[in-house]
Design a protein around this ligand. Structure first.
Ligand code: GDP
Ligand code: MG
Length: 441
Protein backbone atom coordinates (compact mmCIF):
# COMPACT_ATOMS: atom_id res chain seq x y z
CA UNK A 1 0.00 0.00 0.00
CA UNK A 2 0.93 3.60 -0.22
CA UNK A 3 1.44 3.88 3.51
CA UNK A 4 4.01 1.09 3.36
CA UNK A 5 5.79 2.56 0.35
CA UNK A 6 5.94 5.95 1.95
CA UNK A 7 7.11 4.56 5.23
CA UNK A 8 10.07 3.01 3.43
CA UNK A 9 10.86 6.27 1.68
CA UNK A 10 10.65 7.98 5.03
CA UNK A 11 13.06 5.50 6.52
CA UNK A 12 15.55 5.83 3.70
CA UNK A 13 15.67 9.54 4.23
CA UNK A 14 15.77 9.48 7.99
CA UNK A 15 18.51 11.42 9.58
CA UNK A 16 19.33 13.72 6.68
CA UNK A 17 19.35 17.36 7.51
CA UNK A 18 17.84 19.22 4.61
CA UNK A 19 15.41 18.95 1.75
CA UNK A 20 17.48 18.05 -1.29
CA UNK A 21 15.94 17.97 -4.75
CA UNK A 22 16.35 14.20 -4.73
CA UNK A 23 14.43 13.89 -1.46
CA UNK A 24 11.65 16.02 -2.83
CA UNK A 25 11.51 14.09 -6.10
CA UNK A 26 11.45 10.71 -4.37
CA UNK A 27 8.61 11.70 -2.10
CA UNK A 28 6.73 13.50 -4.85
CA UNK A 29 6.83 10.30 -6.91
CA UNK A 30 5.04 8.37 -4.18
CA UNK A 31 2.51 11.12 -3.64
CA UNK A 32 1.84 11.20 -7.37
CA UNK A 33 0.98 7.50 -7.33
CA UNK A 34 -1.25 8.04 -4.30
CA UNK A 35 -3.17 10.78 -6.08
CA UNK A 36 -3.58 8.72 -9.24
CA UNK A 37 -4.76 5.76 -7.19
CA UNK A 38 -7.28 8.06 -5.55
CA UNK A 39 -8.60 8.81 -9.06
CA UNK A 40 -7.43 12.39 -9.23
CA UNK A 41 -7.31 13.43 -12.90
CA UNK A 42 -3.83 13.41 -14.40
CA UNK A 43 -3.58 17.11 -15.36
CA UNK A 44 -4.70 18.01 -11.84
CA UNK A 45 -2.05 15.70 -10.37
CA UNK A 46 0.64 17.34 -12.52
CA UNK A 47 -0.22 20.88 -11.49
CA UNK A 48 -0.54 19.86 -7.89
CA UNK A 49 2.81 18.06 -7.73
CA UNK A 50 4.52 20.97 -9.46
CA UNK A 51 3.16 23.37 -6.84
CA UNK A 52 4.21 21.13 -4.01
CA UNK A 53 7.76 20.75 -5.35
CA UNK A 54 8.03 24.49 -5.73
CA UNK A 55 6.94 25.02 -2.17
CA UNK A 56 9.06 22.20 -0.79
CA UNK A 57 12.18 23.66 -2.38
CA UNK A 58 11.67 26.92 -0.58
CA UNK A 59 10.64 25.29 2.69
CA UNK A 60 12.46 25.95 5.88
CA UNK A 61 14.10 22.90 7.32
CA UNK A 62 12.27 21.68 10.37
CA UNK A 63 14.15 20.17 13.29
CA UNK A 64 11.26 17.88 14.08
CA UNK A 65 10.73 16.18 10.73
CA UNK A 66 12.91 14.40 8.27
CA UNK A 67 12.81 15.61 4.66
CA UNK A 68 10.23 13.12 3.43
CA UNK A 69 7.96 13.88 6.35
CA UNK A 70 8.28 17.54 5.58
CA UNK A 71 7.25 16.97 1.99
CA UNK A 72 4.25 14.93 3.12
CA UNK A 73 3.30 17.68 5.51
CA UNK A 74 3.46 20.24 2.74
CA UNK A 75 1.41 17.98 0.46
CA UNK A 76 -1.23 17.63 3.14
CA UNK A 77 -1.39 21.36 3.79
CA UNK A 78 -1.64 22.12 0.09
CA UNK A 79 -4.41 19.56 -0.32
CA UNK A 80 -6.40 20.94 2.58
CA UNK A 81 -5.90 24.42 1.17
CA UNK A 82 -7.06 23.52 -2.31
CA UNK A 83 -10.00 21.52 -1.02
CA UNK A 84 -11.30 24.67 0.53
CA UNK A 85 -9.42 25.55 3.70
CA UNK A 86 -12.34 27.37 5.21
CA UNK A 87 -15.70 25.83 4.33
CA UNK A 88 -18.12 28.22 2.68
CA UNK A 89 -21.68 28.52 3.95
CA UNK A 90 -24.77 28.74 1.81
CA UNK A 91 -25.34 32.30 0.74
CA UNK A 92 -28.85 33.39 1.59
CA UNK A 93 -30.93 35.90 -0.36
CA UNK A 94 -31.44 39.35 1.15
CA UNK A 95 -35.13 39.07 0.31
CA UNK A 96 -36.49 35.56 0.79
CA UNK A 97 -36.93 33.08 -0.63
CA UNK A 98 -33.37 31.90 -1.08
CA UNK A 99 -33.34 29.61 -4.09
CA UNK A 100 -31.03 26.57 -4.15
CA UNK A 101 -30.97 24.61 -7.38
CA UNK A 102 -29.51 21.11 -7.64
CA UNK A 103 -27.85 19.91 -10.83
CA UNK A 104 -25.97 16.76 -11.76
CA UNK A 105 -26.10 13.46 -13.58
CA UNK A 106 -28.88 10.96 -13.01
CA UNK A 107 -28.13 8.84 -9.97
CA UNK A 108 -25.65 11.31 -8.53
CA UNK A 109 -27.88 11.75 -5.50
CA UNK A 110 -29.75 15.03 -6.14
CA UNK A 111 -33.17 13.92 -4.90
CA UNK A 112 -31.68 12.31 -1.82
CA UNK A 113 -29.65 15.46 -1.22
CA UNK A 114 -32.80 17.61 -1.51
CA UNK A 115 -34.21 15.75 1.50
CA UNK A 116 -30.96 15.93 3.46
CA UNK A 117 -30.51 19.61 2.79
CA UNK A 118 -34.15 20.29 3.74
CA UNK A 119 -33.74 18.46 7.02
CA UNK A 120 -30.47 20.26 7.72
CA UNK A 121 -32.09 23.63 7.04
CA UNK A 122 -35.18 22.85 9.11
CA UNK A 123 -32.77 22.13 11.95
CA UNK A 124 -31.45 25.67 11.54
CA UNK A 125 -34.92 27.13 11.77
CA UNK A 126 -35.67 27.52 8.06
CA UNK A 127 -38.91 26.59 6.31
CA UNK A 128 -37.84 25.05 3.01
CA UNK A 129 -40.05 24.08 0.09
CA UNK A 130 -38.97 21.24 -2.19
CA UNK A 131 -39.68 21.62 -5.88
CA UNK A 132 -40.01 18.68 -8.25
CA UNK A 133 -38.59 19.68 -11.61
CA UNK A 134 -37.59 16.18 -12.59
CA UNK A 135 -40.60 15.21 -14.62
CA UNK A 136 -38.69 12.82 -16.82
CA UNK A 137 -38.70 9.68 -14.74
CA UNK A 138 -42.10 8.36 -13.67
CA UNK A 139 -41.17 7.96 -10.03
CA UNK A 140 -39.06 11.05 -9.58
CA UNK A 141 -41.85 13.21 -8.16
CA UNK A 142 -42.99 10.56 -5.70
CA UNK A 143 -39.39 9.98 -4.62
CA UNK A 144 -38.99 13.67 -3.81
CA UNK A 145 -42.31 13.71 -1.95
CA UNK A 146 -41.18 10.77 0.15
CA UNK A 147 -37.88 12.37 1.20
CA UNK A 148 -39.77 15.62 1.78
CA UNK A 149 -42.17 13.89 4.16
CA UNK A 150 -39.26 12.33 6.02
CA UNK A 151 -37.64 15.73 6.34
CA UNK A 152 -40.97 17.23 7.36
CA UNK A 153 -41.24 19.71 4.49
CA UNK A 154 -43.82 20.10 1.69
CA UNK A 155 -43.09 19.39 -1.95
CA UNK A 156 -44.31 21.53 -4.84
CA UNK A 157 -45.13 19.38 -7.89
CA UNK A 158 -47.34 19.58 -10.96
CA UNK A 159 -50.93 18.53 -10.30
CA UNK A 160 -51.51 14.88 -11.18
CA UNK A 161 -53.58 14.29 -14.32
CA UNK A 162 -52.24 17.41 -15.97
CA UNK A 163 -49.99 15.48 -18.32
CA UNK A 164 -46.24 15.39 -17.88
CA UNK A 165 -45.92 19.08 -17.15
CA UNK A 166 -43.19 21.52 -18.04
CA UNK A 167 -40.34 21.65 -15.52
CA UNK A 168 -39.56 25.27 -16.32
CA UNK A 169 -43.18 26.21 -15.67
CA UNK A 170 -43.18 24.25 -12.40
CA UNK A 171 -40.02 26.05 -11.36
CA UNK A 172 -41.54 29.45 -12.10
CA UNK A 173 -44.74 28.73 -10.20
CA UNK A 174 -42.84 27.28 -7.23
CA UNK A 175 -41.29 30.65 -6.48
CA UNK A 176 -44.74 32.28 -6.35
CA UNK A 177 -45.91 29.47 -4.08
CA UNK A 178 -42.92 29.94 -1.78
CA UNK A 179 -43.67 33.65 -1.46
CA UNK A 180 -47.35 33.00 -0.84
CA UNK A 181 -46.75 30.32 1.80
CA UNK A 182 -43.73 32.13 3.22
CA UNK A 183 -41.08 29.52 2.68
CA UNK A 184 -37.73 31.21 3.18
CA UNK A 185 -35.81 28.63 1.13
CA UNK A 186 -36.68 26.84 -2.10
CA UNK A 187 -34.79 23.69 -3.09
CA UNK A 188 -35.19 22.86 -6.76
CA UNK A 189 -34.59 19.23 -7.74
CA UNK A 190 -33.87 18.78 -11.42
CA UNK A 191 -33.65 15.94 -13.91
CA UNK A 192 -30.33 14.37 -14.82
CA UNK A 193 -29.29 12.00 -17.58
CA UNK A 194 -26.88 9.14 -17.37
CA UNK A 195 -24.35 11.05 -19.40
CA UNK A 196 -23.80 14.65 -20.32
CA UNK A 197 -26.58 15.60 -22.69
CA UNK A 198 -27.47 18.84 -24.47
CA UNK A 199 -31.17 18.71 -23.80
CA UNK A 200 -30.62 18.16 -20.08
CA UNK A 201 -28.20 21.08 -19.95
CA UNK A 202 -30.61 23.33 -21.81
CA UNK A 203 -33.45 22.43 -19.47
CA UNK A 204 -31.32 23.05 -16.40
CA UNK A 205 -30.14 26.37 -17.84
CA UNK A 206 -33.77 27.36 -18.54
CA UNK A 207 -34.78 26.52 -14.98
CA UNK A 208 -31.85 28.53 -13.73
CA UNK A 209 -32.98 31.45 -15.84
CA UNK A 210 -36.51 31.55 -14.37
CA UNK A 211 -35.68 30.86 -10.70
CA UNK A 212 -32.51 32.99 -10.54
CA UNK A 213 -30.97 30.81 -7.84
CA UNK A 214 -28.73 32.12 -5.09
CA UNK A 215 -26.85 28.83 -5.20
CA UNK A 216 -26.55 26.19 -7.87
CA UNK A 217 -25.11 23.05 -6.32
CA UNK A 218 -23.42 20.60 -8.64
CA UNK A 219 -24.01 17.15 -7.16
CA UNK A 220 -21.33 14.61 -8.01
CA UNK A 221 -20.89 10.98 -7.08
CA UNK A 222 -17.46 10.46 -5.52
CA UNK A 223 -17.29 7.04 -7.20
CA UNK A 224 -17.16 8.39 -10.75
CA UNK A 225 -13.45 9.03 -10.40
CA UNK A 226 -11.71 10.34 -13.50
CA UNK A 227 -15.01 11.24 -15.19
CA UNK A 228 -15.57 13.91 -12.56
CA UNK A 229 -13.50 16.41 -14.50
CA UNK A 230 -15.35 16.18 -17.82
CA UNK A 231 -18.73 16.09 -16.08
CA UNK A 232 -17.89 19.11 -13.95
CA UNK A 233 -16.64 21.02 -16.98
CA UNK A 234 -19.83 20.22 -18.90
CA UNK A 235 -22.03 21.43 -16.05
CA UNK A 236 -19.89 24.50 -15.52
CA UNK A 237 -20.25 25.46 -19.17
CA UNK A 238 -23.83 24.29 -19.66
CA UNK A 239 -25.51 25.44 -16.46
CA UNK A 240 -22.92 27.02 -14.24
CA UNK A 241 -22.72 26.32 -10.52
CA UNK A 242 -21.66 28.05 -7.32
CA UNK A 243 -20.81 25.06 -5.16
CA UNK A 244 -20.23 21.32 -5.18
CA UNK A 245 -21.74 18.48 -3.18
CA UNK A 246 -19.88 15.19 -3.07
CA UNK A 247 -22.05 12.11 -2.56
CA UNK A 248 -21.55 8.42 -1.77
CA UNK A 249 -18.53 9.02 0.36
CA UNK A 250 -19.64 6.02 2.37
CA UNK A 251 -18.38 3.90 -0.54
CA UNK A 252 -14.75 3.00 -0.97
CA UNK A 253 -13.91 5.82 -3.38
CA UNK A 254 -10.75 7.56 -2.29
CA UNK A 255 -12.25 10.90 -3.17
CA UNK A 256 -9.94 12.06 -5.94
CA UNK A 257 -13.03 13.47 -7.64
CA UNK A 258 -13.15 16.13 -4.96
CA UNK A 259 -9.71 17.45 -5.79
CA UNK A 260 -10.30 17.30 -9.54
CA UNK A 261 -13.63 19.13 -9.44
CA UNK A 262 -12.36 21.72 -7.05
CA UNK A 263 -9.18 22.37 -9.02
CA UNK A 264 -10.82 22.46 -12.44
CA UNK A 265 -13.87 24.58 -11.59
CA UNK A 266 -12.53 26.63 -8.71
CA UNK A 267 -15.88 26.21 -6.93
CA UNK A 268 -15.94 25.16 -3.28
CA UNK A 269 -17.12 21.77 -2.06
CA UNK A 270 -19.81 22.61 0.44
CA UNK A 271 -21.42 19.38 1.61
CA UNK A 272 -20.66 15.69 1.77
CA UNK A 273 -23.22 12.91 1.55
CA UNK A 274 -22.26 9.60 3.05
CA UNK A 275 -25.23 7.25 3.04
CA UNK A 276 -28.82 6.76 1.96
CA UNK A 277 -30.45 8.02 5.15
CA UNK A 278 -31.33 11.70 5.62
CA UNK A 279 -28.89 11.96 8.53
CA UNK A 280 -25.96 10.82 6.40
CA UNK A 281 -24.96 14.34 5.53
CA UNK A 282 -22.33 16.76 6.72
CA UNK A 283 -20.66 19.99 5.82
CA UNK A 284 -17.50 19.22 3.90
CA UNK A 285 -14.27 18.79 5.89
CA UNK A 286 -11.17 19.49 3.77
CA UNK A 287 -8.77 17.92 6.28
CA UNK A 288 -10.63 14.62 6.41
CA UNK A 289 -10.82 14.54 2.64
CA UNK A 290 -7.12 15.28 2.29
CA UNK A 291 -6.14 12.37 4.48
CA UNK A 292 -8.61 10.14 2.61
CA UNK A 293 -7.16 11.09 -0.77
CA UNK A 294 -3.61 10.57 0.41
CA UNK A 295 -4.72 7.33 2.04
CA UNK A 296 -2.18 7.77 4.76
CA UNK A 297 -3.88 8.82 7.91
CA UNK A 298 -1.18 6.81 9.70
CA UNK A 299 1.66 8.75 8.17
CA UNK A 300 0.00 12.05 9.01
CA UNK A 301 -0.47 10.93 12.60
CA UNK A 302 3.20 9.95 12.75
CA UNK A 303 4.19 13.38 11.52
CA UNK A 304 2.06 15.03 14.15
CA UNK A 305 3.61 12.85 16.82
CA UNK A 306 7.11 13.62 15.59
CA UNK A 307 6.40 17.32 15.91
CA UNK A 308 5.02 16.91 19.40
CA UNK A 309 7.97 14.76 20.42
CA UNK A 310 10.28 17.47 19.18
CA UNK A 311 8.57 20.04 21.39
CA UNK A 312 8.94 17.56 24.21
CA UNK A 313 12.67 17.19 23.54
CA UNK A 314 13.13 20.93 23.65
CA UNK A 315 11.23 21.09 26.90
CA UNK A 316 13.39 18.35 28.38
CA UNK A 317 16.56 20.10 27.31
CA UNK A 318 15.32 23.21 29.05
CA UNK A 319 14.38 21.19 32.12
CA UNK A 320 17.91 19.77 32.29
CA UNK A 321 19.30 23.29 32.18
CA UNK A 322 16.95 24.30 34.97
CA UNK A 323 18.27 21.47 37.07
CA UNK A 324 21.86 22.48 36.63
CA UNK A 325 21.11 26.16 37.02
CA UNK A 326 22.35 26.90 33.50
CA UNK A 327 19.13 28.45 32.34
CA UNK A 328 19.75 31.67 30.43
CA UNK A 329 17.47 34.55 29.61
CA UNK A 330 17.48 33.25 26.06
CA UNK A 331 15.92 29.96 27.28
CA UNK A 332 13.58 31.97 29.41
CA UNK A 333 12.36 33.89 26.36
CA UNK A 334 12.03 30.72 24.32
CA UNK A 335 9.99 29.02 27.00
CA UNK A 336 7.83 32.06 27.37
CA UNK A 337 7.09 32.08 23.65
CA UNK A 338 6.37 28.34 23.65
CA UNK A 339 4.05 28.65 26.59
CA UNK A 340 2.21 31.61 25.15
CA UNK A 341 1.33 29.61 22.06
CA UNK A 342 -0.81 27.50 24.34
CA UNK A 343 -3.08 30.27 25.60
CA UNK A 344 -3.41 32.82 28.39
CA UNK A 345 -0.76 32.27 31.00
CA UNK A 346 -3.10 32.39 33.99
CA UNK A 347 -5.16 29.46 32.66
CA UNK A 348 -2.03 27.49 32.13
CA UNK A 349 -0.54 28.09 35.56
CA UNK A 350 -3.95 27.45 37.05
CA UNK A 351 -3.73 23.87 35.88
CA UNK A 352 -0.65 23.14 37.96
CA UNK A 353 -1.22 21.19 41.17
CA UNK A 354 -1.09 23.39 44.23
CA UNK A 355 -1.75 26.50 42.18
CA UNK A 356 -4.87 27.18 44.25
CA UNK A 357 -2.87 28.95 46.96
CA UNK A 358 -1.12 31.04 44.34
CA UNK A 359 -4.31 32.55 42.94
CA UNK A 360 -3.42 36.12 43.86
CA UNK A 361 0.02 35.90 42.38
CA UNK A 362 -1.37 34.28 39.28
CA UNK A 363 -3.78 37.11 38.79
CA UNK A 364 -0.80 39.43 38.45
CA UNK A 365 0.82 37.36 35.74
CA UNK A 366 -1.17 38.91 33.01
CA UNK A 367 -0.27 38.76 29.38
CA UNK A 368 0.54 42.47 29.11
CA UNK A 369 3.18 42.01 31.74
CA UNK A 370 4.62 39.16 29.70
CA UNK A 371 4.67 41.39 26.64
CA UNK A 372 6.88 43.81 28.53
CA UNK A 373 9.19 41.07 29.79
CA UNK A 374 9.49 39.79 26.26
CA UNK A 375 10.31 43.26 24.96
CA UNK A 376 13.01 43.69 27.57
CA UNK A 377 14.71 40.38 26.78
CA UNK A 378 14.51 41.14 23.08
CA UNK A 379 16.29 44.41 23.78
CA UNK A 380 19.31 42.55 25.15
CA UNK A 381 22.28 41.33 23.15
CA UNK A 382 22.87 37.57 22.96
CA UNK A 383 25.79 37.92 25.34
CA UNK A 384 23.59 39.69 27.87
CA UNK A 385 20.89 37.02 27.57
CA UNK A 386 23.50 34.35 28.07
CA UNK A 387 25.05 35.91 31.08
CA UNK A 388 22.87 38.59 32.71
CA UNK A 389 25.67 39.32 35.18
CA UNK A 390 27.34 41.59 32.63
CA UNK A 391 24.29 43.87 32.53
CA UNK A 392 25.74 46.95 34.22
CA UNK A 393 24.16 50.36 34.69
CA UNK A 394 24.86 51.68 31.23
CA UNK A 395 23.61 48.49 29.61
CA UNK A 396 20.43 48.68 31.72
CA UNK A 397 19.87 52.20 30.51
CA UNK A 398 20.30 51.12 26.87
CA UNK A 399 17.96 48.15 27.25
CA UNK A 400 15.29 50.20 29.00
CA UNK A 401 15.39 52.84 26.31
CA UNK A 402 15.35 50.28 23.50
CA UNK A 403 12.38 48.39 24.82
CA UNK A 404 10.43 51.38 26.03
CA UNK A 405 10.34 50.57 29.74
CA UNK A 406 11.67 52.14 32.92
CA UNK A 407 15.15 51.16 34.13
CA UNK A 408 13.49 49.83 37.27
CA UNK A 409 11.69 47.22 35.19
CA UNK A 410 14.92 45.98 33.68
CA UNK A 411 16.38 45.66 37.17
CA UNK A 412 13.28 43.83 38.31
CA UNK A 413 13.49 41.37 35.47
CA UNK A 414 17.13 40.57 36.05
CA UNK A 415 16.68 40.16 39.80
CA UNK A 416 13.61 38.03 39.40
CA UNK A 417 15.31 35.93 36.82
CA UNK A 418 18.05 35.02 39.29
CA UNK A 419 15.50 34.31 41.99
CA UNK A 420 13.38 32.23 39.65
CA UNK A 421 16.39 30.30 38.44
CA UNK A 422 17.36 29.43 41.97
CA UNK A 423 13.83 28.47 42.90
CA UNK A 424 13.43 26.35 39.81
CA UNK A 425 16.68 24.58 40.48
CA UNK A 426 15.48 23.68 43.96
CA UNK A 427 12.16 22.52 42.60
CA UNK A 428 13.88 20.48 39.95
CA UNK A 429 15.77 18.74 42.69
CA UNK A 430 12.61 17.99 44.58
CA UNK A 431 10.87 16.58 41.51
CA UNK A 432 13.93 14.61 40.45
CA UNK A 433 14.47 16.41 37.17
CA UNK A 434 17.74 15.68 35.40
CA UNK A 435 20.58 17.62 36.90
CA UNK A 436 18.53 18.64 39.93
CA UNK A 437 20.54 18.95 43.14
CA UNK A 438 17.88 17.31 45.33
CA UNK A 439 17.52 20.17 47.72
CA UNK A 440 21.10 20.04 48.96
CA UNK A 441 22.59 23.55 49.30
P1 GDP B 1 -30.60 11.59 -8.52
O1 GDP B 1 -30.90 10.79 -9.73
O2 GDP B 1 -29.47 12.50 -8.75
O3 GDP B 1 -31.78 12.29 -7.97
O4 GDP B 1 -30.10 10.54 -7.42
P2 GDP B 1 -30.90 9.90 -6.22
O5 GDP B 1 -31.07 10.86 -5.11
O6 GDP B 1 -32.16 9.28 -6.73
O7 GDP B 1 -29.88 8.78 -5.75
C1 GDP B 1 -29.53 7.69 -6.57
C2 GDP B 1 -29.23 6.49 -5.67
O8 GDP B 1 -28.11 6.75 -4.89
C3 GDP B 1 -30.36 6.19 -4.71
O9 GDP B 1 -30.49 4.79 -4.59
C4 GDP B 1 -29.88 6.77 -3.38
O10 GDP B 1 -30.41 6.09 -2.29
C5 GDP B 1 -28.39 6.59 -3.50
N1 GDP B 1 -27.63 7.60 -2.78
C6 GDP B 1 -27.73 8.94 -2.80
N2 GDP B 1 -26.79 9.53 -2.01
C7 GDP B 1 -26.09 8.51 -1.47
C8 GDP B 1 -24.98 8.46 -0.57
O11 GDP B 1 -24.43 9.47 -0.10
N3 GDP B 1 -24.53 7.22 -0.24
C9 GDP B 1 -25.11 6.07 -0.74
N4 GDP B 1 -24.60 4.92 -0.36
N5 GDP B 1 -26.13 6.10 -1.58
C10 GDP B 1 -26.63 7.29 -1.95
MG1 MG C 1 -33.64 12.56 -8.76
Amino acid sequence: TLSDRLTSVLQNLRGRGRLSDADIDATAREIRIALLEADVALPVVRTFIANVKERAKGAEVSGALNPAQQVVKIVNEELVGILGGETRRLSLAKTPPTVIMLAGLQGSGKTTLAGKLAKHLVGQGHTPLLVACDLQRPNAVTQLQVVGERAGVPTFAPEPGNGVGDPVDVARRSIEEAKRAQHDIVIVDTAGRLGVDEEMMRQAADIREVVQPDEVLFVVDAMIGQDAVSTAEAFRDGVGFTGVVLTKLDGDARGGAALSVREVTGQPIMFASNGEKLEDFDTFHPDRMASRILGMGDVLTLIEQAEQAFDQEQAEAAAAKIGTGELTLEDFLEQMLAVRKMGPIANLLGMLPGAGQMKDQLAQVDDKHLDRLQAIIRGMTPAERDNPKIINASRRQRIAKGSGVAIREVNDLVNRFYEARKMMQQMAGRFGLPGGNRGSK
